[in-house]
Ligand binder design. Structure first.
Ligand code: ZN
Length: 247
């Protein structure tokens, strides 16, 4: 019989009695947000969007990540509720980007990468708010970040604060938008997850989350799987290296 090790110690904090819905893609950032929410809120559900991504790899990582979190952190497992996966493939009809078409990722003349789906995060959060309302959840958690946000204007703090006000008015109920990564660098995101769940959580993130734009799950690096050369891989690798250097 194999002796099981005790679950990693998670620092105790006061539990926020509200229920949260985490926009959960299966990537590093949204997994950090999910851990952050599980630490903080009494009940947490997840939502993902199938918008015709060129690769389904990230979406296929979602359920294994949820299961690994429950197994590794039983104290979080009791709080983790339903997962919701919405079919938003209509986004493919109104966008022309490298994520949804077989085109190379490149910078456009307006300074945004052509992976940009205009207003994508606004759309996602509005759909999330509708689901949250019906489920009795009053906090939306997303991994939007101004620090290295690739120029996406719908990731800006002011955009999301304005959206919070609009949604709370439009639904006539408080709908708080939390963005725990807003001012963190990628290096600080690794530090955050280490603080939340120790080495076990960062190992889980390395092994199970996916970031690579090209959908590469064959090359394993110290920071996880990916091609190692696309912008998403480079960002993740640099953040991981900086985090290791600063520990
Ligand atoms: Zn890559």
């Amino acid at each position: 019989m194999i002796a099981s090790s005790p679950p990693p110690q998670v620092p105790p904090t006061a539990i926020d009695p509200r229920s949260a819905l985490v926009v959960f893609s299966g990537g590093q950032d949204s997994t950090a947000c999910l851990a952050w929410a599980l630490q903080r809120f009494a009940h947490v559900e997840t939502i993902g969007f199938d918008y015709g991504q060129r690769h389904q790899v990230e979406l296929s990582c979602r359920e294994p990540i949820r299961q690994a979190l429950v197994q590794t952190f039983p104290q979080w497992g009791t709080k983790l509720g339903q997962d919701h996966l919405l079919d938003l493939r209509l986004l493919g009809q109104i966008s022309d980007t490298a994520l949804t078409e077989s085109r190379a990722i490149e910078m456009q003349s307006n300074g945004l990468p052509n992976t940009f789906v205009p207003g994508r995060n606004l759309l996602f959060l509005n759909f999330a708010a509708s689901v949250a309302y019906r489920r009795g959840l009053s906090v939306l958690v997303g991994g939007m970040c101004e620090t290295d946000y690739s120029g996406y204007p719908d990731c800006r703090d002011n955009t999301l604060k304005a959206l919070q006000v609009a949604m709370s008015l439009g639904l006539d109920t408080p709908m708080t938008v939390e963005t725990p990564l807003m001012w963190l660098t990628k290096s600080q995101t690794w530090a955050l997850t280490e603080a939340l769940g120790g080495q076990a959580l960062n190992e889980l993130i390395v092994e199970h989350t996916h970031t690579c734009y090209l959908g590469d799950r064959t090359h394993r690096h110290p920071w996880g799987y990916g091609c190692g050369t696309c912008p998403a891989c480079q960002l993740r690798a640099e953040g991981h290296a900086q985090w290791l250097a600063q520990r």
